[in-house]
Design a protein around this ligand. Structure first.
Ligand SMILES: Nc1ncnc2c1ncn2[C@@H]1O[C@H](COP(=O)(O)OP(=O)(O)O)[C@@H](O)[C@H]1O
Ligand SMILES: [Mg+2]
Length: 384
């Protein structure tokens, strides 16, 4: 989706020359949320702005959808890449609807198409279009304004969204609320996002991948739980914070962080019945068990739906190639579980020593479990 190859940015000339970004190599997959993080002045904003050519790289290449951005028209490029910044940049004299419709207008969408899209977007973040479409930015709270800033970036359905400390100016509660919303939006709309922050908590909450920068260079690029478990050097360790780096990832078993009470269906259950059970429990995944109640594997609602109308397909046909696919013991460490997940599985079934299902884990639950554990540790040490 996006690739930076040996990208360098030098500001100034001669003796005043300054390398703000130094030979950065980075790939961002479709649907991935990558967080650029690092101390102030390390080159995050410059890196982001080079992606949509608000800043031109001094050397190196940036490929967006396989095409070198230096070859595309930069106005067109910017219209296809959403951009959200902290100071929102809503036009005060335009209504909320008109603000959201700026780029759709530039793209010459019909009035009707714009209106439909604006309603759809407002509903996406639970702002009633009847109330909000015709208001002016000053009539909205900070959090609401920032939501509009995000919607504006989404208006033309860009594949890629760049966000530069978008929530930095919000109070902590509003900020957390927006973090949850943006993560949900990104997941459900399957958007690729590059998000800049200097706040590690924010990065840990949002990121599929954390890219930690220092002095214009990438120091470590990893999934959050991996970075916490295996920081490459002291800088990373310090930046993450020693208190978060307690060696828990090595020793804590997944049974402590898994989601318990998974939906379990026996292999004999029909596809229709399985789907109904999933809907009822609002679960996208279920564990399939054999006659002796041991786990055979995991199925997703999507995979059941796909074959619903085909004849002769049984649940066991859907649980993957090997019978042990996606199954781990409760005693497996979080770190090992995270490693299995990076091998492509979305969700793992946790079993007890008799191979009976006791829970499910995904990336999110592993991470949330870790965060909860630190929080407990933190409040524990605060009381000391
Ligand atoms: N237009 C510019 N001219 C000169 N120096 C700049 C310019 N923009 C940024 N810099 C410098 O480049 C470095 C990286 O800046 P920036 O990418 O904004 O950092 P970050 O977003 O990580 O805080 C800083 O030292 C900054 O002062
Ligand atoms: Mg910045």
């Amino acid at each position: 989706m996006l690739e930076l190859k040996n990208v360098t940015k030098i500001f100034g000339k001669g003796s005043a020359e300054f390398k703000a970004v130094n030979s950065v190599n980075l790939k961002v997959r479709r649907g991935e949320l990558a967080v650029l993080i690092g101390p102030s002045g390390c080159g995050k904003t410059t890196t982001l702005k080079m992606i949509n050519r608000l800043v031109e790289p001094t050397s190196g290449q940036i490929l967006f959808r396989g095409k070198c951005t230096s070859e595309s028209n930069h106005v067109e490029l910017r219209r296809n890449i959403g951009y959200v910044i902290q100071s929102i940049g809503l036009f005060p004299h335009l209504t909320i609807a008109a603000n959201i419709e700026i780029v759709p207008r530039l793209k010459k969408w019909s009035r009707e198409k714009r209106q439909v899209r604006t309603r759809e977007l407002l509903e996406l973040v639970n702002l009633d279009p009847e109330i909000y479409a015709d208001r002016y930015p000053s009539e909205l709270s900070g959090g609401e304004q920032q939501r509009i800033g995000v919607l504006r970036a989404l208006a033309i359905e860009p594949d890629l969204i760049l966000m530069d400390e978008p929530f930095g100016a919000l109070d902590p509660i509003t900020r957390e609320q927006l973090q949850v919303e943006i993560k949900q939006l990104q997941r459900s709309l399957k958007k690729t996002v590059v998000f800049v922050t200097h706040d590690m908590d924010e990065a840990l909450k949002l990121a599929d991948t954390i890219v930690l920068m220092k002095d214009g260079k990438i120091i470590q690029r990893d999934a959050p739980e991996r970075m916490m478990a295996e920081p490459v050097n002291d800088f990373v360790r310090e930046f993450i914070g020693e208190d978060r780096l307690i060696p828990l990832p090595n020793i804590t078993p997944v049974s402590e962080v898994m989601v318990t009470d998974p939906l379990v269906v026996s292999e004999k259950t029909s596809l229709q019945e399985t789907l109904r059970a999933m809907q009822k429990k609002r679960s996208d995944f279920a564990v399939v068990t054999k006659a002796n109640q041991t786990a055979a594997g995991i199925i997703s609602a999507g995979s059941v739906q796909e074959v619903l109308l085909k004849k002769g397909i049984k649940l066991l046909d859907l649980v993957g190639d090997g019978p042990q696919d996606g199954i781990i013991r409760g005693s497996t460490t979080i770190r090992d579980a995270a490693a299995s997940l990076t091998n492509g599985a979305q969700v793992l079934c946790v079993v007890d020593r008799n191979n009976k299902p006791i829970g499910l884990v995904n990336r999110h639950s592993l991470l949330k479990g870790l965060v909860d554990i630190w929080d407990e540790n933190e409040s524990g040490s605060a009381e000391d």
